[in-house]
Design a protein around this ligand. Structure first.
Ligand SMILES: [Zn+2]
Ligand SMILES: [Zn+2]
Length: 376
């Protein structure tokens, strides 16, 4: 059926009236009205990009609407971390009109979407099933109630601020959005106990988590970056965090960061503070309390001064998928709330139950490694 813009708008206005009337007398709005009152993809994308502004994205990243007709109606939105073919088929089986994922389908410029490559196959499947794709990647990482904030909240991190702020003077969240989050636990606890907290709140994977650091060290200040975070060690060190929770940590950056942490701890013990290779203060070594691991192991009477003699930040490596899936709980609440606020009450959301962490088996080494001797 074709309509002129004018009649289309008139129909829309009538439908809006019907919603208001029905809402007033409590009539069920399902059935024939749902088709007409469902928002367009353009309207949904507009709301998504108010929640997760594209201007927060990193320069190399190109999130937003990837596949879809802006005029198509959206009744069902399917949420997942990764836009794999299996996820697209799940979305289609449920009758989704829009798939919202955190990870992009395309990272680099694309010259073809033939089905010979898996990205082309996903694109073709989306087209064939009439499903749009919207990606909230680094824009969603940085946003208020975005990916890193969701993970920090889950770990009990309070008084959060971004590790690297993104300026947004037009937003009420200016100064509170950006890369990663850093803040404090309500009560300090040992690194060993904090590792248990991290492992227990993350969605399930085969691998679990890895920890680098003295398990007795007290943890109060926590830096968090959901997803790959080993490019941010310098900025994390500047926050004086006791531990940094992130994903995809690799041998060289981790070994370097741990050696730097040891070096700075040795200097602190001698009363010398160093930041980015520059001596920032020289004090009396007697000012610094010697670590008391027995007190730390008990958690409750950890003092801030104890933390100064430990090599920090300790590092906790989490499965990338798990650290970011935590955000889905927020998206599942915030997206329909934003659509409802905009008057779109006929949109259903569903979260994929499938975990897309690619690893299928984890084995501990059969023999214990020989750990290096403590330096101090
Ligand atoms: Zn990611
Ligand atoms: Zn991310």
């Amino acid at each position: 059926m074709t309509q002129t813009d004018e009649t289309f708008e008139t129909d829309e206005a009538n439908e809006t009236d019907k919603i208001v009337e029905a809402a007033e007398d409590g009539t069920d709005m399902d059935g024939g009205d749902a088709e007409a009152t469902a928002p367009t993809l353009a309207e949904v994308v507009y709301q998504l990009e108010r929640l997760y502004p594209l201007k927060y994205a990193e320069d190399w990243d190109h999130p937003g609407l990837i596949v879809g007709d802006p005029l198509a109606r959206v009744r069902r939105i399917y949420l997942a971390v990764d836009p794999t073919l299996a996820i697209v088929r799940e979305a289609a089986a449920w009758g989704a009109d829009l798939l919202v994922t955190h990870h992009p389908l395309f990272f680099r410029s694309v010259h073809q979407v033939a089905g010979t490559g898996h990205r082309g196959a996903v694109t073709n499947e989306l087209e064939r099933r009439g499903i749009a794709l919207w990606v909230g990647h680094t824009n969603a990482d940085a946003a208020h109630r975005g990916v890193s904030e969701a993970l920090a909240d889950k770990l009990g991190v309070r008084h959060q601020r971004p590790i690297v702020p993104v300026s947004d003077p037009d937003s009420m969240w200016d100064g509170q959005v950006g890369l990663g989050r850093v803040g404090e636990l309500e009560k300090p606890m040992s690194l060993r106990n904090f590792a248990d907290v991290v492992n227990s709140v993350l969605p399930p994977t085969r691998r679990g988590i890895d920890v680098a650091g003295d398990l007795h060290m007290p943890v109060r200040r926590v830096a968090v970056l959901a997803g790959s975070g080993d490019s941010l060690f310098e900025q994390v060190r500047a926050t004086d965090a006791d531990v940094y929770v992130t994903s995809d940590l690799r041998h060289h950056p981790v070994l370097d960061a741990r050696q730097q942490a040891d070096e700075e701890a040795m200097l602190r013990k001698a009363g010398i503070e160093v930041r980015e290779g520059v001596i920032t203060s020289v004090g009396d070594p007697g000012d610094i309390t010697t670590a008391d691991s027995d007190a730390v192991a008990g958690d409750s009477d950890v003092t801030d001064s104890d933390a100064r003699v430990f090599a920090r930040p300790a590092l906790i490596n989490t499965p990338h998928y798990a650290s970011e899936k935590v955000w889905m709980d927020y998206a599942l609440h915030d997206i329909p709330a934003a659509l409802e606020d905009a008057g779109n009450r006929h949109v259903e959301l569903r979260l994929s139950p499938t975990d897309t962490d690619p690893f299928t088996l984890h084995l501990d080494s059969p023999t214990e490694p020989v750990m290096p001797r403590p330096l101090f």
